[in-house]
Design a protein around this ligand. Sequence first.
Ligand SMILES: [Zn+2]
Length: 184
Amino acid sequence: MNPTDLIHKFQSTLPAIQEWIDKILAEHRPNAVSVSSLSSLRLSRVFPHDLLARVQVVVVTGKVPFPPLTQMGLTEFTQLENMLKSGITYKDTFFVSHLYQTESLYFHELVHIIQWERLGFYNFLLAYGVGLIQFGYRDCPLERMAYSLQSGFDRGVFPENIINSIQQRTDAIWNAVSSMLPKT
Ligand SMILES: [Zn+2]
């Protein structure tokens, strides 16, 4: 399937993905705690307290939940679906495997939280999906931003106004994505 057709197919599956995410969030809500209740001193130096207080984390002992994309007809994403993941973010909540409880991973997922807040539910998924289709997982722009900031965090280097910086980079990614979409 060519990338344009695949983007259309992905777009038409988005409502089902959104529904699945809402269901998963509702199911796990009782096990969610605020990041501020778990987070380290280093994270609280980087991110404002109100963000850490409102973002939820769910620590899972099995696999982190991922939409059944193959079942939804997106067989092009089967490899990604089966990939072992240490963490994943949906809206205001991220899931982490109990095997990978590091502040570096928390940092990475918090970058995605700010991206989600900036773009909103539908546009985040759309930008993420288009990035995957164009560049693959590791080079998907929203992912590349998270990995690059994470490697800075690991070295103790990060932008001064990190939220603002993530928002600006997210806007630039969105501009590139929306220019590729068919005009409605
Ligand atoms: Zn990521």
